[in-house]
Design a protein around this ligand. Sequence first.
Ligand code: KIV
Length: 272
Amino acid sequence: MSTAKKEVKRITTHQLQAMKRRGEKIAMLTAYDFSSARILDAAKIDVILVGDSASNVMAGHETTLPITLDQMIYHASSVIRAINRAFVVVDLPFGSYQGNSKNALESAIRIMKESGAHAVKLEGGQEIGESVVRILSTGVPVMGHLGLTPQSIYKFGTYTVRAKEEAEAQRLIEDAKYLESLGCFAIVLEKIPAKLAKRVSEELTIPTIGIGAGPDTDGQVLVTHDLLGITKDFNPRFLRRYLNLFEEIQGAVEQYISDVKDRDFPNEKEQY
Ligand code: KIV
């Protein structure tokens, strides 16, 4: 018997690449839990990223480094239970793939098997090539991530724009072409000059998804908590806030507190 889930046409890597060919922009957002993922999927988001930004926005850590593979699997499986249509990509967390391709393969397999996700994302270029090849060899789609790669924050020292200098820009172009040649299906470009992102997007046949990379990437991604104004103290230039949920939710909670204190809640209709 077919279920409602099976009737919806799911987004695939092939569809994302076809979107690039026909010039249709790809919309990607983060989700880490069932309820948010349900809303994004109902809105017809193309790609949901279970980002390791969960370390910041869900767990309150300063960086993405502390989040574990088990925690990523927990978030990813919650998201997967909510979606009918979106393509779901999960970040391999710091320490689960760097410097050891066997470890990378095991981490990717755990994510795919235990969460039911559709692809994994890894940060880096040539230095993670062996891990990318090994994961791809098992048929798991891989999304790359270049530019500002937050798992390397202690190497960079700051979250400022990357690849402004010619040498780093050249290296980024080479890394993007290298990841494409290995078989990555898409690449995130984070916080790099718009001109460079345009050039990379034009020179690749696979889609680029930008965050702080200007308008000419093949798609855009934001952290949903930033877009909704839940994380109110994070205000980079690239961010467009569509709501100010921090204030709205705070207002609702304050109203609830005063209703309880004033014995206004529950009223006669709100009881048995
Ligand atoms: O973890 C994340 O949310 C990300 C996006 C910012 C691209 O990697």
